[in-house]
Write a protein that binds this ligand. Sequence first.
Ligand code: OAD
Length: 243
Amino acid sequence: MSIDAVSQQIKTATSVAVLTGAGVSAESGIPTFRDPGGLWQQYRPEDLATPQAFQRDPRLVWEWYDWRRQKIAQASPNPAHHTLAHMEGLVPEFLLITQNIDDLHGTAGSRRLIELHGCIWRVRCEREGTVHENREVPLKTLPPRCDCGSLLRPDVVWFGEPLAVETQAQAFAAAEVSDVFLTVGTSAIVHPAASLPIVAKDRGAFVAEINPAPTPITPYVDSYLQGPAGVILPQILSMVTQR
Ligand code: OAD
């Protein structure tokens, strides 16, 4: 089905939910994880993105996050981020659920936003569990420490860790009630995020996928729009806002 059909669905929807992944930031110059040249082709997640890796070598983990923070700090939101920020004002109920930790959706102006995997610009004290914003780039001390002396860690979800209960519940509640569910720039293989479009579809939503490459959920969606998010989303928005 076409961009026009997806736009018509959004125009008449009461509730729209959107799931984004690393592909939505690709056009901002942030590497994805599983594309050719992606992060998980160069690095092993078990060395850098697990609680065990952090316990073993907090400095190594922080060096990697510090490098990613430097890359993200130089990036700006692209038309995909801007379009989704605009879209939230056009639909009565809207929720943007992202797996990205780069905050580019927030920078673009999205407010009805859930960051399922946390945010690279927040740090959390290992001992106290307190969270605060930290935008120092590059970090002066690696690994950074809390005032209490304990290690700080990135406030992100690592492999083997559960999502925040409240955040996950909100995301699934939005998927369940959505009339339209868009899955954009995600390989749709990391759960529980990858279950969201399936839950939406089971509950009767119109599900559309935007991605240059098919994913495991492509056979189940109502509309697969093949191409970059920064091109296709603005085309959808322009049709939604046409009289
Ligand atoms: P992946 O790297 O697995 O997938 C990126 C997807 O973006 C692929 O399906 C690409 O085809 C697509 N893509 C590439 N360029 C695009 C573009 N311009 N427009 C639209 N799509 C594009 O990234 P995620 O699905 O986000 O988790 O990965 C999910 C999770 O796995 C991440 O949040 C991270 C990772 O390990 C944790 O670190 C916990």
